[in-house]
Design a protein around this ligand. Sequence first.
Ligand code: HEC
Ligand code: CU
Length: 314
Amino acid sequence: MMDDFHLFPVDASSSAQQVDWLFYALILMSLFFIAAVFLPIFYFSIRYRRGAKVDRSNPQIGSNLLETGWTVLPLLISLGVFTWGALVYFRLETPPANALQVQVVAKQWMWKLQHAEGKREINELHLPLGTTISLTMTSEDVIHSFFVPAFRVKQDVLPGKYTTEWFRPTRLGEYHLFCAEYCGTNHSAMIGRVVVMRPADYEEWLNSGETGRSIVFEGHRLFQERGCSGCHVDSRAIHAPPLEGVYGKQVPLASGEIVTADDQYLRDSILVPGKQISAGYENLMPSYTGHISEAEIMQIIAYLKSLGEQRPER
Ligand code: HEC
Ligand SMILES: [Cu+2]
C-alpha cells in the first residue's frame, strides 16, 4: 500500500483535509486566472494574425469601473486566502492539551523517539488511532525537519531549541516519515515509518519487547544521579530554588525580567545556567553542557513537569 502511486498522499490525520481544501482552492484559483489570461492570448493571436482581414484601428477607451474591479477583486481574494491560511496555520500550530507526548531527537542520520511510558524507537513511530499526539523535538547536530506527508505536517527540528508538532491519526496503516531538510551526506537515508495501530494493539505493543521505565522515572533517576537533588532538594550548603511546581510558572529573574518556565527555559537552565539567573539566587549552578544528552534533558524536564502536578513538599 505504501508504494501505490498517488497524485496526493492519502489523508491520514485530522489536519490533512484542512490543508488539502486550502491547497485545492489555490489550485482552482490559479487555473481560473491562467485561463483568464491565456485563452484571450490564444484567441487574439489567431484572430489578429498577419494577413487576417480584421479591424485594426486602435481607439482609446477607458473604464473606471473595470480598473476598480480588477484591483479590488484580487485584493479581496488575496485577503480571503490569507485569512483562511492564517486560521488553518494557527489551528495546526496550537497543540491541544492532554495530547499523548512523544519526544523526538534527530541526529545525522536518524530519528530517535521516546514514548512517555518509556518505550524507545529508532526511525519508527507507533501510534494509536484517533489519539492526539504531540511531539517535542530537538536535534543533536544540524537542522532536520520532521515530515509525514500523509499527516500534512512538517516542522523543522533545530539544535539548541525545542519545536513541537501535533496531529491526530485518523487512518490505520503505515506512512512515510522523511527528513525534509538537507542535513548532510546521508540525508536521503534519514527516513522511517509511522505505524498507526488500533488503540488496543498499541497498548499491547507498548508492553511488548524491551519496555524500559517511564520518562518521568528516568528523569527522577537522573535528577539524583547527576547531583541536581544535592542542591535543589537537600542542600543546606547551597541556596538553590526548589523545583516543585516550577514548570509553567512565572519566574522572576535577577535581571528584573519575568519569564515563563517552559521546556526551553528549563533546558537553558540546565545547559547555560548563567544565562538567566533566578532572582534571589547566585550563579552557582554548574553547566551540564557536554555531560548530558538531549534525550536525558527531555527526561529531566518530564520529571520536573510531573513535580508540578504535586504539591510542594516544603
Ligand atoms: C551546585 C548546586 C546545583 C546543582 C548541582 C544543580 N543546580 Fe540547578 N540551580 C542552582 C542554583 C544556585 C540555581 C539558581 C541560580 C540560577 O538560576 O542559575 C539553580 C537554578 C536551576 C533552575 C532554574 C529554577 C528557577 O526557579 O528558575 C533549574 C530548572 C535547575 N536549576 C535545574 C537543575 C537540574 C535539572 C540540575 C541537574 C542536572 C541542577 N539544577 C543542578 C544550583 C544547582
Ligand atoms: Cu535530517
